[in-house]
Design a binder for this molecule. Structure first.
Ligand SMILES: [Zn+2]
Length: 129
């Protein structure tokens, strides 16, 4: 189960994604968007399931735009990854202030896992048959 707050957060993000993709689709002369791919980092505070639920609801209410019930949402997850500033080793951190498994110092930077963005989208152009 999702709390209302969680779903509201993803709902807002999804509306923003739809707005951005719709705008770009128009600029590219795209009549219909068939697929939207988003990258969701493990530590981005975005719940992929909630995002999909929000998309399912929102796309059903859209009309006249390039995004519709035929548009698929693909959520790609990005794992959290840290790199040690001391020895350069990369590892999967358990929490934000992670100790490096190589030299055991807490001086690692998060290098992946916080991303939340549209990666790509596909569609059909107006003149295409
Ligand atoms: Zn290290």
């Amino acid at each position: 189960m999702f709390t209302e707050v969680d779903v509201m957060h993803e709902w807002g993000l999804m509306q923003e994604i739809i707005r951005i993709v719709s705008e770009e689709a128009y600029q590219n002369g795209m009549e219909e968007v068939t697929r939207i791919e988003v990258i969701v980092g493990e530590w981005s505070n975005v719940l992929p399931d909630a995002l999909e639920i929000a998309f399912g609801c929102i796309r059903g209410e859209l009309s006249g735009g390039p995004i519709s019930k035929q548009t698929d949402l693909i959520v790609k997850s990005e794992p959290a990854l840290a790199r040690c500033r001391v020895c350069g080793c990369t590892f999967k951190p358990d929490y934000r202030l992670a100790f490096c498994p190589g030299c055991e110092r807490p001086e690692a930077d998060l290098i992946s896992g916080e991303t939340f963005r549209v990666d790509a989208f596909e569609g059909r152009e107006i003149n295409e048959n």
